[in-house]
Write a protein of this length. Structure first.
Ligand SMILES: Nc1ncnc2c1ncn2[C@@H]1O[C@H](COP(=O)(O)OP(=O)(O)OP(=O)(O)O)[C@@H](O)[C@H]1O
Length: 337
């Protein structure tokens, strides 16, 4: 069953930044989609757009079908209901998302009282169940956010996201602020909940390794566009788009100690979304760019093994080398920049 279908989504902020450009994606029940990319590529904008949480004055076009209904065409009352019962978001940095002066039980109960029309006793019971479900004692309902550790607060955020039984969870950098051990626990918790409740998951992270470990499918974004997508292991280990390759090369390969010492990083910076380069927006940084890339953008094309990539080399059918893979060095060899 398709829970989320995004068609040709574009977001332009009031100042002219084209943060998301023509994104298409879909999530089935029980499926975990990871969205990866450098800072500023539009990941959070995409997440916020899904539930119409962008600032007033932002231009949004395309379609966001949640359970078949277009969120962009909904009246505000319907959008508010969908935010908890259809899909909910787990943000990074729970300390900023939780209200410091309210007990966490009251904060989790609020959407249950509002959207599920539960009685106070019914909401308290549901809060206790949710806390236990995310691995916290029910008695922690009486705690204030500052009385919990970072990992416990993130568990509270997950409990809150599940409060109205949504079909889809959107997790924006859910573990970024946590240490590695706690990060692993929270990722396992998310995986377990998705499997148990047959939820859909959209997980956003700059960390391709974390995403490939947790998700079934990956979409790699660059300058507001999805430039590569496919099965998580294929995109992480065998990316075909030169940017996807550079991104996966930025993470050490498990089991290959030599890769820890390989030069990393991609020369140059991502483009300013208010003044995007012509053609393929990656061409000024691309190690294998051709002249045509400066004037012509590519659609996502079939790249084999379930992957699709927006690169002229994929379309050429030549199987041309699109640059270094995980653990290999990345050097600019651009013919156009
Ligand atoms: N409220 C806003 N008004 C104008 N521009 C914005 C706004 N929010 C984000 N942007 C711009 O939109 C682009 C995409 O930002 P976004 O936060 O979606 O990227 P991101 O990939 O999530 O980055 P990060 O990982 O750093 O959060 C950036 O260039 C950013 O400066």
């Amino acid at each position: 069953m398709t829970l989320l279908q995004v068609k040709d989504l574009a977001v332009t902020y009031a100042g002219g930044a084209q943060a998301v450009r023509g994104v298409n994606l879909s999530v089935e029940a029980g499926q975990k989609l990871g969205i990866a990319g450098e800072s500023g590529c539009g990941k959070s904008t995409l997440a916020l757009a899904l539930l119409r949480l962008l600032p007033a004055g932002t231009k949004v076009s395309g379609e966001i079908l949640l359970d078949g209904e277009d969120v962009l065409a909904m009246k505000w009352g319907q959008v508010r209901a969908v935010r908890w019962a259809g899909a909910s978001i787990v943000f990074q940095g729970a300390m900023h998302s939780l209200n410091a002066v309210h007990r966490i039980g009251d904060q989790i109960a609020e959407p249950i009282l509002l959207h599920k029309k539960a009685t106070p006793a019914g909401a308290r019971k549901k809060v206790a169940e949710l806390l236990e479900h995310v691995g916290l004692p029910a008695a922690r309902a009486d705690a204030y956010p500052h009385e919990l550790s970072g990992g416990q607060r993130q568990r509270v955020m997950i409990a809150m996201a599940l409060a109205c039984d949504p079909a889809l969870i959107i997790a924006d950098e859910p573990t970024t602020a946590l240490d590695v051990m706690i990060q692993a626990q929270i990722l396992r918790l998310i995986e377990q909940l998705v499997a148990e409740q047959d939820l859909g998951l959209v997980m956003i992270s700059h960390d391709l390794a974390v995403l490939s470990d947790t998700c079934d499918r990956l979409a790699v974004m660059y300058a507001g566009r999805v430039v590569e997508e496919g099965p998580a292991d294929q995109v992480y280990e065998n990316a075909v788009h030169p940017y996807g390759k550079a991104l996966s090369a930025a993470f050490p390969t498990i089991g290959d100690p030599a890769s820890r010492f390989a030069p990393r990083g991609l020369p140059g910076d991502p483009p300013d979304p208010s003044a995007l380069p012509s053609g393929c927006t990656f061409h000024p940084r691309c190690p294998v760019a051709l002249e045509v890339c400066a004037t012509q953008d590519q659609e996502l094309l079939d790249a084999g093994s379930g992957r699709r990539a927006a690169c002229v080399h994929v379309g050429s059918g030549t199987g041309a080398d699109t640059g270094p893979g995980p653990g290999e060095s990345v050097e600019a060899r651009s013919t156009t920049a």
